[in-house]
Write a protein that binds this ligand. Structure first.
Ligand code: ES4
Ligand code: ZN
Length: 328
């Protein structure tokens, strides 16, 4: 098979995708119409050549991303969003997906936590039943908001504990170190949730943040995190603990101009459990296959290494050990 056929045909797991980042411009317009919301003509791109959104770095991305969520109001809206993503992922042979969601981006504008999670949960149940997929939810806290709001969100989520496999930390990392949320994550662990944190690739104090998530927070995974290549002791530490990294090459190339292919490959060859993911595929114009293709084309990853990347994903996934046997 060609490289593309090989990638398309491979059963894949996705571990780093923000459900809000799967809002395609077409669904955005459909939900706006359904909810009688006026959306500015500039909210869906307009740069002319592609059916995408307009931005060039994290700040300009987030400035489009959060306002676009205003079309998400009812449980049906959240259901439609998640089911559209799961159907798309299924069409690319993704058999398991762990999906981030940002409850605070919705509760802060008056949508209830139960509306959000009920819609998402119904989409997962339908995908499991009708597509034979496996999927779960990871609740993210917004790091550019107050830790008290994160803790209140955690409390609100407790009645839905079994619908959430773990918790994460996302949004704007600058001046928002992981340690700011140490007590929130300690509580999450006490409640039995697994833990991951975004450690972005373009942070001035990236290494300090990675040390915090490893030493103070005690994460089970790191999202992005490829800056560990700069520090041999961190590479050894994540290897010893079997901590995986969820890397997002297309996302990296859009928000930072560097897809970090060399670093991802170097870590893979050093035995770190790195994985390939899509992050915000509707915004960055790349689902799983496009991300895998980017690694093959621009980082010269071999077919054997692509298999290794997907084996890593199933190994570091948060599927129950019993279900994991089915995949590996
Ligand atoms: C995100 Cl690319 C990125 N960075 C930080 N937070 C995010 N939430 C969704 N996408
Ligand atoms: Zn992300």
């Amino acid at each position: 098979p060609t490289m593309e056929e090989f990638i398309v045909g491979m059963p894949k797991a996705e571990l780093h995708v923000h459900l809000e980042g799967t809002l395609e411009p077409s669904l955005h317009r459909k939900l706006a119409a359904r909810n009688s919301i006026n959306i500015p003509a500039t909210s869906d791109n307009v740069s002319g050549n592609s059916n995408g959104y307009l931005f060039h770095d994290l700040t300009s991305f987030l400035a489009v991303y959060y306002p676009n969520m205003e079309v998400l109001l009812t449980a049906e809206d959240f259901f439609d969003l998640a089911f559209a993503y799961l159907s798309k992922a299924y069409s690319q042979n993704v058999v398991h997906a762990e999906m981030f969601f940002d409850p605070q981006a919705h509760t802060s504008r008056g949508v209830s936590f139960s509306t959000v999670i009920t819609g998402f949960r119904q989409a997962i149940v339908k995908a499991e039943r009708e597509l034979g997929m496996s999927a779960s939810l990871i609740m993210c806290f917004l790091r550019d908001m107050d830790p008290g709001f994160a803790m209140a969100t955690l409390t609100e989520a407790l009645p839905y504990k079994d619908w959430i496999v773990g918790v994460g930390l996302d949004s704007d990392e600058r001046d928002n170190p992981p340690s700011k949320f140490a007590s929130v994550f300690a509580r999450a662990k006490k409640e039995g949730w697994l833990v991951t944190c975004h450690c972005d690739i373009d942070q001035p104090n990236s290494i300090a943040h990675i040390r915090q998530v490893l030493r103070d927070i005690g994460v089970d995974r790191i999202d992005h995190g490829t800056n560990i290549v700069e520090d041999e002791t961190l590479v050894q530490l994540v290897k010893e603990r079997g901590i995986g990294l969820t890397c997002c090459p297309v996302s990296n190339s859009v928000v930072t101009n560097d897809f970090k292919g060399r670093e991802i490959v170097q870590l893979l060859r050093q035995g770190v459990k790195v994985t390939i993911n899509s992050d915000d595929p509707a915004y960055f114009r790349g689902y799983m296959n496009e991300n895998m293709m980017k690694m093959a084309k621009d980082a010269d990853v071999t077919k054997g290494e692509l298999i290794r990347l997907q084996k890593n994903a199933f190994e570091i996934s948060w599927i129950s050990e019993r279900k994991k046997e089915k995949f590996i």
